[in-house]
Design a binder for this molecule. Sequence first.
Ligand code: NAP
Length: 275
Amino acid sequence: MSPRVAVVTGSNKGIGLAIVRALCKQFQGDVYLTARDVGRGQEAVASLASEGLTALFHQLDINDPSSITTAAAYFKDKYGGVDVLVNNAAIAFKVADPAPFAVQAEVTLKTNFFATRDMLTHFLPIIKAGGRVVNVSSFVSSRALNQCSAALQERFRSEDITEEELVGLMQRFVDEAKKGEHKQGGWPETAYGISKTGLTTLSMILARRLSKERPHDGILLNACCPGWVRTDMAGPKAPKSPDEGAVTPVYLALLPPGATEPHGKFVSDKEVQPW
Ligand code: NAP
């Protein structure tokens, strides 16, 4: 049997690095720290080594389709697939960033929604039976949801929304933001929030699909919020350390064999949250 393997995206710093640190201590198998920049990734692997922890490295830029397919082929070939996937990589414009909303909408959705979806498209087929998939979303995904029009909220919460419909809605948000018409379209003024609303909704859609198409494989897929965490993204005033922010993603990544829930849920502080 191939050895077990865990893969974390965007893990050269911040919460992703803390997730790798915790998995090095708790996961029975190889743990891959991945980063879009090889130098930053290898530095992070070295920093873990200085703590006595062994992480392996693979380059992975989720915005680069060939980087995704190269990595997926590597894990399929070397490990027969992936046991744990944590989609952690994301970006956020700073509040003071002068970039126009149209640009923020396009750039933020590209990484946080569309590229993370590309990861899931290529990696879900190679998730092994008993695998765990964790999408690091945010509490702002539900805050932005609650600020959407009633019609949009109904679609994001519905059990019958398809991946294609969701992709269409995310593209509509970007298109309307570019025309300055997103408010009339029922969207709130938050590109990061909507990117994460999309990711949480996508997690629910894909979990339902896994249950339908691979009912006997026992794969659990969830979205989560790490909390408000001191990182380059959130700044120094946040209450949680990166290691504390890693707790819920790691809990979901290590749900014990045979567990049947949570699955297709949005989880914060290890508790399923309303959506
Ligand atoms: P961070 O310190 O800014 O780290 C983000 C990581 O993602 C970095 O390693 C970055 O790599 C990587 N990344 C960005 N674009 C990428 C791409 N195209 N391909 C691969 N990696 C990419 O942010 P963080 O606070 O740790 O955030 C981690 C996750 O938690 C994100 O999903 C974020 O939305 C979520 N989150 C954070 C908070 C919080 O309070 N911090 C709250 C809720 C949710 P580079 O170093 O190369 O830029």
